[in-house]
Design a protein around this ligand. Structure first.
Ligand SMILES: [Fe+2]
Length: 320
């Protein structure tokens, strides 16, 4: 395994011999279980077999990332999947995990992400699926959702309207698109004057739920944009769903937006890349790409993680 800090953040590359034990552990699971029939708890329990086969060097790298993140708040793990045909991509985020290849990939994703906490989802998002497909959907090309393609998916955090938003999410690439750059910018990298930082730290903003959620009540919540310790700032931002409540707040938000563009980094995901993003400290976006809608489109699997066991236990269930 090679690890190196680069402009893309912290990158870990697994050799085939290192990822093979995880794949074999997945094989064992899939001989006995069809994950398409598993509920979220069963799916998570099945992925512990893969977690137990993670090479120790990767365990150390993930631990270093979650405890110090000295090389950045995004971790790229390459080489998690062998060369295999994953078949035609589904055209909907909530499609079941159908087929051996995609079930295998889901186990790898969950197994590694469990090093950071407990996988979960909102029941209002993509039918509460624990592992969602990130695929372009017909007629969604220009939306601000993960089902978009031709339009820019602008700066946002996942589910910024909710205090229960994930601490981390993982994107595992089954099939990439060279045009689609996943971009990210960390709160600790933005440069702001003291006054702007203070305004962004006050609850002078409202965040509304994004359109991917199916909600009875979509009223916005008051929030600061920046929070947390000065040495480890957190960010709650969205280009479209965050509204400043006064003129000073609007000006501060514009300055922050300029900084996001100035400090961002990016990566084109390729097969076997797992991009782990700290959703409390990083905003992300994605550049446009062309969807063919013929089953050969860009295809990622996504899962979200709650890193706090007390918070996870307090919720009482995996799909909240
Ligand atoms: Fe997103």
């Amino acid at each position: 395994m090679t690890t190196l800090p680069t402009a893309a953040g912290h990158v870990v590359s697994l050799r085939p011999a290192e990822s093979a034990p995880m794949w074999r552990a997945g094989d064992e699971v899939l001989r006995a279980t069809d994950l398409a029939r598993s509920d979220p708890d069963e799916l998570t329990a099945a992925a512990t077999a893969v977690a137990a086969a993670i090479p120790s060097a990767l365990v150390r790298a993930v631990h270093s990332y979650r405890s110090r993140a000295e090389h950045g708040d995004v971790l790229l793990i390459r080489g998690t999947l062998p060369e295999t045909d994953f078949g035609a991509n589904p055209s909907a985020s909530a499609a079941p995990l159908a087929g051996h290849g995609v079930q295998h990939a889901a186990l790898q994703l969950l197994g590694i992400m469990m090093l950071l906490g407990e996988p979960f989802n909102f029941r209002t998002l993509y039918e509460g699926k624990l592992v969602q497909h990130v695929v372009p959907a017909p007629n969604m090309e220009f939306t601000q959702t993960s089902e978009s393609s031709s339009g820019m998916l602008d700066w946002h955090v996942e589910d910024g309207f909710s205090p229960d938003r994930c601490d981390y999410f993982g994107l595992l690439c089954l099939r990439g698109s060279e045009a689609a750059v996943t971009r990210y910018a960390a709160a600790r990298d933005v440069v702001l004057d003291e006054r702007t930082r203070r305004i962004l730290g006050e609850p002078r903003f409202e965040m509304a739920p994004d359109s991917a959620h199916v909600l009875d009540d979509d009223s916005p919540c008051r929030t600061p944009v920046l929070s947390g310790a000065p040495h480890a700032p957190e960010i709650c931002y969205d280009d479209h769903y965050l509204t400043p409540l006064d003129g000073e707040a609007a000006e501060a938000l514009r300055e922050l937006r300029t900084q996001l563009d100035a400090v961002h980094q990016g990566h084109v995901l390729r097969t076997g890349d797992l991009l782990v993003v700290d959703n409390r400290r990083v905003v992300h976006s994605r550049t446009p790409f062309t969807a063919r809608h013929d089953g050969t489109d860009r295809w990622l699997l996504r899962t979200m993680v709650c890193a706090s066991l007390p918070r996870f236990r307090a919720r009482g269930r995996r799909i909240i």
